[in-house]
Design a binder for this molecule. Structure first.
Ligand code: GDP
Length: 392
């Protein structure tokens, strides 16, 4: 539970259940889950034209340059205005491609007002060389506006390639340390204390400092925004996949309570209908969150060079890369019900947030709880295998 609003919802849900008002409890749980799925996150990407902003915006969202919805890349200076690029599976998460400050004759505070700085959760300032005066002015102004900023030294693959060619005894680690140190020193000289600099290549997000950047962003975001970022993150490490799994797992007790509440509503057949629809909705979130939907897999196949069919060979769950429907869920469950039932339901029962729950509700809770855990485990395991196949 993150915000006071969330705590209030949970209290209301418990009260409705205790008063046997299952319909109200269902509405409240759904509202609570919907709110959690729609937390807005606005990420500002700024820096000079050509520094790699648009390429990053696309890579982060798993979209190839030139695809529908992609930010146009390699565009020479234009009179750009701030453009939001929503994540294809999580439209509440938007990366904003901002125009560069360079060449503008008005001060950084006016720039920030022009781009509507209030709406951004944080700023990432891009540069493919040393950071310049304009970047520093902007950072100072962002700080004054009480917002966070991070520096990305982009196109690090280019630097490494060039250094490798020119140095006889090339060390990637040392070269990267040197570049980072250089950037930090340059920013400090211009008055930025302890700048956070990350070396990133948008062509290979799984390498260099992108993981570190995402970890830092996640840590420094307010708690209720962390999951929004986490779910939208590309699966560039096993650690991210594990974190996503844990975050999904934490929500299962609410989905199970929703199904328990439905079991308590005296309408014949309602419980099963709610369960199948609920499971289809939740499993769709798992598939999207782990990038196992068809468009994400196709895009991963293109960016990694591993053919789509090869990626599909490591996927075991029949729910990945398919259009999710309640019918498909029922079919899959009927095939694996025995296995699902074997999963210890004991832990599930302990989590029931209601006292004195009637038997049908307890059963429904336990069934949904263990089924979702079972499906989540399978899908997360598939995501790990796909990651290893594509990038390992
Ligand atoms: P923007 O003007 O800041 O949006 O910059 P773009 O994203 O359009 O990138 C400018 C050029 O740099 C394009 O030709 C990109 O292909 C290239 N570029 C962007 N990111 C990278 C990167 O990480 N590595 C390399 N080698 N080139 C990049």
């Amino acid at each position: 539970m993150d915000t006071p609003h969330d705590c209030e919802s949970v209290e209301e849900i418990k009260e409705a259940l205790q008063n046997n008002n299952q319909a109200k409890a269902m509405a409240k749980i759904q509202e609570y889950l919907d709110r959690q799925n729609n937390i807005p996150l606005n990420i500002a990407i700024t820096g000079e034209t050509g520094s790699g902003k648009s390429t990053f915006v696309n890579a982060f969202r798993g979209i190839k340059d030139g695809d529908a919805g992609a930010a146009p890349t390699g565009v020479r200076e234009t009179t750009k205005k701030p453009t939001p690029y929503p994540h294809p599976n999580y439209p509440n998460v938007k990366l904003w491609d901002l125009p560069g400050v360079g060449g503008r004759h008005f001060p950084a505070d006016q720039y920030l007002n022009d781009v509507g700085f209030e709406k951004f959760d944080f700023f990432i300032i891009f540069s493919d060389t040393r950071f310049r005066e304009n970047d520093v002015k902007l950072a100072r102004e962002i700080q004054r506006m009480k917002k966070k900023f991070y520096f990305v030294r982009s196109k690090i693959d280019n630097d490494l390639r060039a250094q490798k060619r020119s140095q006889r005894e090339f060390s990637e680690t040392e070269t990267k340390e040197q570049i980072k140190e250089d950037c930090i020193q340059c920013l400090q000289e211009q008055g930025i204390q302890s700048p956070q600099v990350f070396l990133v290549s948008s062509f290979e997000l799984h390498l260099h400092d992108f993981s570190l950047l995402t970890e830092t962003l996640e840590r420094e975001l307010p708690e209720h925004k962390r999951n929004a970022l986490l779910f939208a993150m590309p699966n560039i490490s096993l650690e991210i996949i594990n974190k996503k799994k844990k975050a999904f797992q934490a929500k299962i007790k609410w989905h199970a309570t929703l199904s328990a509440a439905a079991a308590g509503v005296p309408v014949p057949g309602l419980s099963i209908a709610v369960d199948a629809a609920l499971l289809a909705g939740v499993v769709t979130q798992y598939v999207f969150g782990f990038g196992l939907d068809r468009p994400s897999l196709k895009s991963l196949a293109e960016s990694s060079g591993v053919p789509f069919d090869d990626l599909m060979t490591v996927i075991i769950s029949p729910l990945a890369a398919r259009e999710m429907t309640a019918d498909l869920i029922i079919k899959v469950l009927s095939q694996c019900a025995g296995t699902a039932a074997l999963i210890a339901a004991e832990e599930g029962s302990r989590l029931i947030p209601i006292i004195g729950i009637p038997a049908a509700m307890a059963l429904s809770f336990t069934a949904t709880y263990s089924t979702l855990n079972f499906i989540l485990n399978n899908i997360a395991a598939d995501a790990q295998k796909v990651f290893e196949k594509a990038l390992g």
